[in-house]
Design a protein around this ligand. Structure first.
Ligand code: ATP
Ligand code: ZN
Length: 293
């Protein structure tokens, strides 16, 4: 029997082949139930249980591939999409690959503020974002494009300062540099092409997003179970910032109840301490696989 789904209706998703975003993106795709062959050896990988194929490429190429409709979706840093000026739609911000693009200068040398950079050269792999930042300021700079190891350039007298990706700042420090200004905050994004796509693909994307959202929400939440004195229930309900109202189960000991609920991970320790104060005991915390509203 012919496959009822036309090949062109397969959703093609771009992701970084090998780099900082690869593992997290693969984990996310596996986490939402997608099964696929070895992505390390192949550039185009078919998914077995969802009408999706993955294209594994350099992150720099992802915004254009999505813009041009070669891929329908892509997982890529906001920094790369912005630098490329790609015409795409951001569907979701994802909380990994978090970093910033910053201006850094040699620790000694008197370049302490952005204004001190007037007439100076700046080495960067992000010439477009660098230019855009300085365009709005009365500071004239000359960007020098360097594709990698930008942090070494001031020591080699190739440039006076740099604009580069920073997360902890350790690389800067190791090279005698310090951050003086952040020009762009970045995280991984799921982007979609603005080219027209088939109805079948639109529906697939909706399903895909439902899974991503469920996964993201689950990652940010924990399922907790505890025993508590029956008379503390009202106070415990006030403490729990529950998405749904908590499940309350009677126990053999009639003075006690069991409470099950979901709490956001950000509030986890704060909530836990208050629950202990209200006499909660035997608290069990479980990760959640997915949450569907
Ligand atoms: P490619 O070979 O695909 O071109 P690359 O060397 O350009 O890879 P990576 O270093 O793997 O890129 O970084 C990929 C993305 O991860 C960056 O564009 C940025 O969005 C994010 N990123 C970079 N550095 C960090 C960091 N230190 N912490 C967190 N995220 C980062
Ligand atoms: Zn790259």
């Amino acid at each position: 029997m012919p496959n009822p789904v036309n090949d062109t209706d397969t959703l093609r998703i771009a992701l970084q082949k090998s780099g900082r975003l690869t593992d997290k993106t693969i984990q996310l795709l596996e986490g939402i139930g997608l099964k696929f062959d070895d992505y390390k050896r192949n550039l185009l990988v078919k998914c077995h249980n969802f009408d999706v194929e993955l294209l594994l490429i350099r992150d720099d190429d992802i915004p254009e591939y999505v813009q041009d409709g070669v891929c329908d979706l892509g997982f890529v840093g906001a920094n790369v999409t912005a630098e490329r000026g790609a015409d795409v739609t951001v569907l979701r911000n994802l909380d990994y690959g978090i970093c910033r693009l910053s201006i850094a200068t040699p620790k000694s040398g008197g370049l302490d503020t952005v204004e001190d950079l007037d007439g100076k050269t700046i080495a960067t792999s992000y010439p477009s974002l660098t230019r855009q930042y300085f365009e709005n300021l009365p500071v004239d700079i000359e960007p020098i494009y360097i594709s990698g190891a930008v942090e070494i350039t001031p020591r080699l007298d190739v440039a006076d300062a740099i604009v580069d990706i920073v997360s902890t700042g350790n690389t800067l420090k190791a090279n005698g540099l310090r951050e003086i200004e952040t020009i762009f905050e970045s995280e991984t994004q799921l982007i979609q092409t603005n080219k027209s796509i088939s109805q079948a693909k639109i529906e697939l994307i909706e399903k895909f997003l439902l899974r991503i959202d469920g996964h993201q929400q689950a990652e940010r939440s924990r399922y907790i179970m505890m025993n508590a004195p029956k008379d503390s229930m009202e106070r415990i309900k006030d403490i729990i910032p529950s998405l749904n109202s908590p499940t309350v189960v009677p126990l053999a000991n009639e003075d006690m109840i069991a409470i099950h609920t979901v709490i956001p991970i950000d509030e986890f320790w704060q909530v836990m301490e208050k629950l202990k104060e209200e006499g909660a005991s035997g608290i069990v915390v479980l990760p959640i696989e997915s949450m569907i509203a």
